[in-house]
Design a protein around this ligand. Structure first.
Ligand code: NAD
Length: 308
């Protein structure tokens, strides 16, 4: 597999998962447009890729507005002559329970993740279609978007929305040979470093030691580098028939997420009035109610850490 001659944009790639994706795409031969709001980390990312023999350029601008999407695509085309791969990774959190979430908390997260994904993909797909490039759109989801999570109304809305958009884009872009997929990562980064459940794994990673097998295997939680192989694979020619999928990866685990399907289908001649529902709903649907929330296996005693 090689990405030689291909050009990629990775949003939010100054640090964390985005940086790991950019480094891996560059290692596989792609020229990369680094993007971040933080100029220093963006410059460091470019320097690191160049020092490793790769090719990169930075665009310091906030993902969300259309102008940034236009600047990202024009930088790729003006600097490297084309655009083949877009990874929409930039993200922020504003976690709090529903009754404490402000309009600003909601709009900020929706603006970067959902609107930022929409504007960047619209710009990239428009360019790829016009230039007959069988491009690769890789958007970043989250277990929260798949199943919900306490304290993350805004983030759940954005990440679930991204999966919905990607399914739609897989349909709309199929004829042009452009694939669109969601990667659902779980990894030790600044975003997860403060979660007490992950503390022992982050501790090991920071010390340069391998993460405990419980995290890598049972939980599917590892380093940012554990996620980047899937990004590069989906970006390659080999993955040309993979589209419209939500694929989870973390630590030693790879998962294909199902798309929603009806689990119970029932008919009532003349339709479902209140009386028919009262009579039949409990037996038909009541016991089949679906679970919500991420599934966290119990943390073994030796991996328990006190809350800071
Ligand atoms: N870490 C995980 O386990 C995990 C799990 C599920 C999903 N994700 C998703 O992966 C992505 C990366 O997360 P991470 O853990 O590396 O986070 P991170 O906070 O370490 O990195 C996010 C990067 O995005 C940049 N950024 C923020 N707002 C931006 C904007 N408007 N425009 C451009 N750049 C911006 C930040 O400066 C930072 O460099 C996010 O979309 C996140 O929701 C992460």
């Amino acid at each position: 597999m090689s990405l030689d001659g291909k050009v990629a944009i990775v949003t939010g790639s100054g640090r964390g998962l985005g940086l790991a994706y950019a480094q891996e795409l560059a290692r596989q031969g792609a020229s990369v447009v680094i993007n971040d709001v933080d100029a220093a980390t963006a410059a460091e990312a470019v320097a690191g890729i160049e020092a490793a023999g790769g090719t990169a350029v930075a665009v310091v601008a906030p993902v969300g507005p259309t102008e940034t999407a236009q600047l990202l695509v024009s930088t790729a085309v003006d600097t490297y002559g084309r655009l083949d791969i877009l990874v929409t990774n930039a993200g922020v959190l504003r976690d709090t329970v529903l009754w404490k979430m402000s309009d600003d908390d909601f709009d900020t997260v929706i603006g970067v993740h959902l609107r930022g994904t929409f504007t960047c993909v619209r710009e990239a797909a428009t360019y790829m279609r016009a230039n007959e490039i069988a491009g690769r759109i890789i958007c970043i989801g989250s277990p929260t978007g798949q199943r919900g999570n306490f304290g993350q109304t805004n983030y759940a809305a954005a990440k679930a929305g991204i999966v919905g958009m990607v399914r739609t884009w897989a349909l709309e872009l199929k004829k042009a040979g452009i694939t669109a997929n969601v990667v659902v990562p779980v990894a030790a980064t600044a975003m997860t470093a403060t979660v007490p459940y992950f503390a022992a794994a982050v501790e090991a990673d920071t010390a340069g030691e391998p993460m405990p097998a419980f995290y890598r295997h049972d939980l599917g939680f590892g380093t940012a580098d554990d996620v980047s192989g899937l990004i590069a694979y989906l970006a390659s020619d080999e993955a040309g028939d993979v589209t419209g999928q939500a694929i989870g990866v973390g630590g030693d685990r790879l998962q294909l997420w199902s798309h929603p399907e009806p689990v119970v289908t029932a008919y009532h001649d003349g339709g479902w009035g209140v009386q028919a529902l009262q009579d039949e709903f409990p037996a038909l649907i009541g016991e089949h109610q679906q679970s919500v929330g991420e599934r966290f296996p119990a943390l073994p005693d030796d991996l328990q850490r006190p809350r800071s």
